[in-house]
Design a protein around this ligand. Sequence first.
Ligand SMILES: [Zn+2]
Ligand SMILES: [Zn+2]
Length: 345
Amino acid sequence: MLSNHASRASTPDFMPVVPGLWVLRDVFVNLYYAAVAPAQPPGPWVLIDAGLPGSAGKVQQHAEAVFGPTPPVAILLTHGHFDHVSALPGLLEAWPDVPVYAHPLELPYLTGRSSYPPPDPTVGGGAMAYLSFLYPKKPLDLGPRVQALPADHTVPGLPGWRWLHTPGHTFGHVSFFQEDDRVLVAGDAFTTVVGESGLATFTQKQRVHGPPAYFTPDWDAARDSVERLAGLAPEVAATGHGIAMHGPALREQLLQLARQFDKLARPKIGRYAHTPATADATGVRSVPPPVLSPWVKGLLVAGALAGVAAWVVRSPKKKSPAAWSPRVQNPNRYAERTWRQRMEN
Ligand SMILES: [Zn+2]
Ligand SMILES: [Zn+2]
């Protein structure tokens, strides 16, 4: 039963969202199982997204409980971030004939051609953002197993659905929409949890929220995508992070997010806050330089000064201030250089 007042404690990890659509919460990310013919007893089905590394067994177990041992007709990807695709190696081995579909602009990150722009921990917002520099960055290489979604916006295996290009969070991000019941599978175009916060990610408290900020390299495109999705007036939104929401509360919050996107979602500071990364069909073309938040700047300056102080104390010979002043003349610059070197590694 859908609720806009649910939490992790009140919802099982695997449950139906609407007739014919099930969600599996894989620690902090969702993947979806959609029946090809929802009105009939479970038969052919489609998997949307593929969770965290090491989840292939769990994904299969839940599929078998509903659909039996038959593999899906297709695997559809909203985008290729590690938390949405990393059970794929195991699943594709178990299901050797199942095709994977993604947007053409997402293919470079699924065929080993390009890495995504680096995550931006300086956007702040909580532990999930600060830890984002640890997230896997290497692209999967699915080779010929992955192909472009049909250009006519039909969805393989799901008659009655269409896909929409909703870039911003990634260049080839897509959402899937079932028009009759207005069910939207939105990936990370927006979420229903404050995904940057470790606490909110743990409790899963519901709220329509922008795309995960630390992983979003084009905020103008992300805003346009949210405006477009709000314009669909969905009855149900099943997102990549957070518990599905529905009805007027969903639509009001989504409309508010679209109208006040720059205030509510775009980070105040951050590498991509005002300058996007750019990409083409071969992968990333340019990324802006990293930006230091006052928080990080403070830590780095404090660290740099502590290092200088320790060096002075340990130094056997007395040095005149002139001998080391060039290094501390502009500690911000020194700290920024150090940070940039770290980010580029
Ligand atoms: Zn993502
Ligand atoms: Zn995600």
